[in-house]
Design a protein around this ligand. Structure first.
Ligand SMILES: [Zn+2]
Length: 286
């Protein structure tokens, strides 16, 4: 088992600073990207972005659970909203060069859900009615609306192309600001007076599958992932340390385990995401 270096041990407060930072109107304009990714390099970048999106979804479950946040929404909706708001808020408040990494995570997540939904529809399947997660199309729309609300220059066109109607798109900036304020207050109240300073740690368990070895490097090298953790864990005070465990699971998954008090990211999930993007690239018109 490979444990992370000091770079991965981060305490929980910068997001509060980020949430209290400059107004979103000051966000620099960025060109709208033009999905779907088609080259191997693009597919790799979007797959890693989507995998980080899965991590931040699990991170959202962990934050709600560990900080005992109250929410009237179904938790899956709340978690998508929280993770997208965290990513979007930091994205628009860091220098543009760093913001690209956050945009990549949001874009990768939305596109992965979009392509998954397309595949399920082509097979005449969909998210079963009893699944806790809402249908992928709705998740895509909610994620892109919040991101477009935070950073229209980067996400408006993608959101429009994804089928969000103009009427809703016009209200996305307001939605983002309202929901960001709600989460800002919820998080601030939840960490108020807390003395604990739980840390996130990263444990990359080597895969038994040789084809997943390259995925180990994605997590071990840290890079953007490392920086994002520094940002996000610095958002408050976790009551206890939370390991992020990257390992073989036997199934494609990425989740928060309240019982084990750990976030699990499976190599199989990154493989599944990469395959989904590869199939989507093949379907894309030349
Ligand atoms: Zn979930």
């Amino acid at each position: 088992m490979t444990c992370s270096g000091p770079g991965f041990r981060v305490g929980f407060l910068a997001i509060m600073l980020a949430l209290a930072g400059p107004a979103i109107a000051q966000a620099p304009p960025r060109p709208a990207p033009n999905p779907p990714p088609t080259t191997a390099v693009e597919i790799e970048a979007f797959s890693q972005g989507a995998m980080l999106g899965i991590f931040f979804h699990a991170f959202g479950h962990m934050v709600i659970s560990e900080l005992k946040l109250a929410s009237t929404e179904p938790e899956e909706d709340a978690v998508d909203e929280l993770s997208t708001i965290l990513l979007s808020t930091v994205m628009i408040r860091v220098p543009e060069s760093e913001g690209e990494s956050y945009a990549q995570v949001i874009m990768g997540s939305a596109l992965y859900l979009k392509f998954s939904a397309e595949e399920l529809r082509a097979q005449d399947k969909g998210i079963p009615f009893h699944d806790e997660h809402p249908p992928d199309e709705r998740r895509v729309a909610n994620i892109l609306c919040l991101a477009a609300g935070a950073d229209p220059h980067h996400f408006f066109l993608t959101a429009a192309k994804a089928g969000i109607l103009q009427d809703r798109l016009r209200r996305c900036a307001e939605t983002y600001q309202e929901r960001q304020a709600v989460w800002d207050e919820l998080l601030a109240r939840a960490v108020e007076g807390r003395k604990s300073r739980g840390m996130l740690t990263l444990e990359v368990v080597p895969s038994r599958n040789p084809t997943y070895r390259r995925f180990e490097q994605v997590f071990e090298q840290g890079g953007d992932f490392d920086q994002m953790l520094v940002f996000f864990v610095a958002m408050g005070r976790l009551p206890r340390d939370v390991p992020i465990v990257v390992k073989d699971c036997g199934v494609a998954n990425g989740f928060w385990s309240p019982r084990e008090a750990e976030i699990v990211l499976c190599y199989e999930m990154l493989d599944h995401v990469a395959q989904t993007f590869t199939r989507a690239a093949k379907r894309a018109p030349n």
